[in-house]
Design a protein around this ligand. Sequence first.
Ligand code: GCO
Ligand code: MG
Length: 402
Amino acid sequence: MKIVDAKVIVCCPGRNFVTLKLLTEDGIYGLGDATLNGRELAVAAYLNEHILPLLIGRDARRIEDTWHYLYKGAYWRRGPVTMSAIAAVDTALWDLKAKSLGVPLYQLLGGASRESVLVYGHAAGTDLDDTVRAVAHYAELGYKAIRAQSGIPGLAGTYGVGRGGTHYEPAEKGAPPENRWSTEHYLNFVPQMFSRLRKEFGPSIHLLHDAHHRLTPIEAARLGKELEPYHLFWLEDPTPAELQERFRTIRQHTTTPLAVGEVFNSIYDCQQLIEEQLIDYIRTSVVHAGGITHLRKIASLAEMYQVRTGAHGATDLSPVCMAAALHFDISVHNFGIQEYMPQTEETDKVFPHSYSFENGLMYPGDAPGLGVDIDESLAAQHPYQRAYLPINRKLDGTMHDW
Ligand code: GCO
Ligand code: MG
């Protein structure tokens, strides 16, 4: 099963996506997502200039060997650009292998460990009343787990607050949008928000919150402690995680479960967090953490320490990644939850897929491989448009995490 052709498809059906398509001599093709939000063309160039020439003529069945060939062979290891490029190749090879055997991918990953995949959606409002309405809307749509974000009194525009409806897209065309930040305003507001949400929606709905790396460990400890009465499913990215031992401080002070890892790209980024049980959920994704091959290794390490998976699944992860995530989620023993944000109609048309959502749960479907395709002529009608994620400044203008 030799690879005879490989191409990178960059398109913007509402937002930018980078997709790798590998074709074999048998006429079967596989797809992999390579989208790195705001830095898309770097991965496209890495693939085009440095990886594709190495793939032609290789045996598509040798997934593990190809992973190490690209990882060890590059000498320069890790990093989001390299790991997203390797992820795309790895995902496309798993897709190809499952298609060639005529089975949905999860059958090759050990088969289904559960009947469905629990997902959480994003409810966001400009103020507290608006956020209550947004959570109610998601509950009506059947979601059993809802992430709640809200505009903060005294701050104009906060990251994580959508633009209405169920569509949420942080990247913007043109220069990066600038938000203003005050930790004091934020810490005073968030416990009030969850107190209100529990009163309105009762104890059984799962509520989540993303702090988006904006706190110090001791601030995060305070927030986690104050949120304890509201029993969050998780508090996400309370503090930047470059220094993994920072989480010891948070952990000593609070029983609020912690989720971290959407920006990680290798097992080494979360090794200490997992081995010291400093987190409860690991959020690494197929596209940014080296593909299905590497993500399974992270999940296996996590399983030993009772850490569950909770993969990143925002709209900048394409339907190709979503499909791969669902095959991973349904098969891996220590699955926790999957993030899910519906894509725009144009995106769903460019990427027809067999996965489905029903009543707060998702299913990968039984089509061979990933069960997702790309309509290349439609993709060509949506050319790349440069876009950036926002930046965040404190009230005095200092750059801050966002
Ligand atoms: C999430 C994330 C996203 C990311 C975005 C970056 O939890 O879904 O924090 O909002 O910021 O996907 O590309
Ligand atoms: Mg997040």
